[in-house]
Ligand binder design. Sequence first.
Ligand code: DGJ
Length: 741
Amino acid sequence: MPITWSPDTRELRLANDRVAYVMRVHDDSALGHLYFGAPLPSGRPLEHVESAGFSGFSNRVGEPVALEYPTTGSGDYRIPALTVEHADGSTVLDLSYAHHKIVPGKPAWDGTGLPTTYVETDDEAETVIVTLRDKLSGMAVELAYTIFAGRPVVARSARIRNDGTTSVRLTGAMSASLDLADARWQFVQLSGAWARENHVVSTPLRPGRQSVGSDRGSSSHIHNPFLALQRATTTEDQGEAYGLSLVYSGNFIAEAEVDPYDTTRVRVGISPNTFTWTLEPGGAFVTPEAVLVYSASGLGTMSDALHGLYRDRLARGTWRDKPRPVLINNWEATYFGFDETKLVDIATSARDLGVELFVLDDGWFGRRDSDDTSLGDWFVDRRKLPNGLDGLARKVEALGIRFGLWIEPEMISERSRLFEEHPDWAIGIPGRPRTESRQQYVLDMSRPEIVDHLFGVLSDVLASAPISYIKWDFNRTITEPYSTALPPDRQGEFFHRFVLGTYDLYARLTAAFPDVLFESCAGGGGRFDPGMLAFAPQAWTSDDTDAVERLKIQWGTSMAYPLSSMAAHVAAVPNHQTGRITPIDTRAAVAFFGVFGYELDPTELADADRASVRAQIAFYKEHRVVFQRGRFIRLRSPFEAGERTAWMAIDPASERAIVGYFQVLNRPVPTADRLRLCGLDPARTYRVTGWPDVADPLFRDNTGEWGGDELMELGLSLTAERHEAAHWGDFRAWLFVLEKI
Ligand code: DGJ
């Protein structure tokens, strides 16, 4: 049994063959945290690690006792998991263990509307729900912990109940809190900006608090709801690492605190900066889920665990396991300036090259000739599309490919019919000006009637034509947060209710149109988070399509997210975000590692480029299972190695692998360099071939038949004779295809 309770030692132990997680009900009834790490096969009790919980002023205040769900006010000054305001204004909670229940599988909390990981059969996991109680107020906290068979993962959430007789206001409710015995960790965050998402930033922990988060209304481009802790010596394939990932799309915090005793507390959850929630007697609040991973074998194992869980047990629906189509999107080809003829030309030309899905992006509705109008008016612009969406979609389908469409449901333009009819639907504070961003406002998704309206109009759109795919965008963050539908003392609930409204719309639309492939987007990766992945199995990784920039963005994104979730496209050059000119095969070689597509006008391609695109699509289709569902292994970081990045993907059956090696700037006189591969079968022989230019010296020297052992221990040679290397130029990519013989 993966979860055991020992009445003698009062230990609760979650264990599988990958990890162990141990808690203990201390002598004073506090729920203490003893351990999260590698398996502990001896099964010996750990009570000597910690025997008593916090006992406030009768003990020494501020001692670092490890707790599962710490509160404030009794001498624990570290970052808390739960903070409240009682009806009398006091803020102390004293949580004691009451009871626990071990159940097979992974039961869901009722009616929360929150996305979570799941199991398909009860033997995939086991869950324990531990109930803690504050005697004086009647507050109860139910902590749920799920351990999955074969995964180094514990998923956590909390339900906070007011079983008392007066109302209580939550002022902070974390999804997970984790106490670690020392502070020798690096804080690894995924941070950046629009078009620069998910750069890996690593800093040593220091005394005090370090955090990332968002108070913008969405998880944001700035920081991803993810945090890893790694030892200074941890690499991709060695050393300890923890990963904490939050299944949530709104304001969040991921924070670590090193206390005076050099222990570390980590917490993840809804950002307490912008959150309060009033619980009347009998009321309950459920936190989003946090996914905790432990790896003793580097960041690669941590990512691998998240990839598998998110690809197979967070994503849902028809498209979870299906090969994703190669698409072309007209955004960078036309922006707002298109008509039906132009779109059909693009689709026809792309179809001839092997594209399987044509996506009509922004600009098809209302009178949207620029970004300052029409959001909310979800009816087709007949000036551009005289035959409607249906007419266009049928023409695209007649080409033998599918049709997809862009929408941005949560938004409203001031210049729109919707705004004329419902100016109060846009988020804002009565009497104060609203701040525009990209000439648009945000709809108050916390109001059910607005969600109902959107479900109605968007269902009509989806039913009006053969639409196989939806790109769901979200192009600005929230300002003047306020809902006219909430009373003054509940305005702190606005941001979370906004997210719940968005999830409700996603749940209803994906249920009503189960065969449609949904891709989430927020000006690129501004809402690339596990919450969205539960509804849309893929996301537009970044508006930055430059191949060099994408090395960092895709590397960083892969820390937490699987290849099947990362949309990556080849765009025209000079690149629209950087002005950089890279070879078309380099752009493809980077974009292959994910859900592949194009973001250009194929009718404008030179013949040579058309031939390249045709070959690229054929190559991608041949290896689609490797690129979309393969195990992704990071080999050489663009953040550390500078000019040379390398990664690889191994197909689920371990028969094939593709190694991507990318060189940003060429240097004269190549130095000796070998790229050691990972994850191969050392006892098997692999046939190695190259792409795109088989005549390249790197392929001449490396193609052939090699042992898995050689490829992993000696590696591929990355050196060429200097006169040959002089021809490489900048921005080159080499793909090595390995097939097991
Ligand atoms: C931002 C997206 O990331 C782009 O791909 C495109 O869809 C534009 N929005 C359209 O407004």
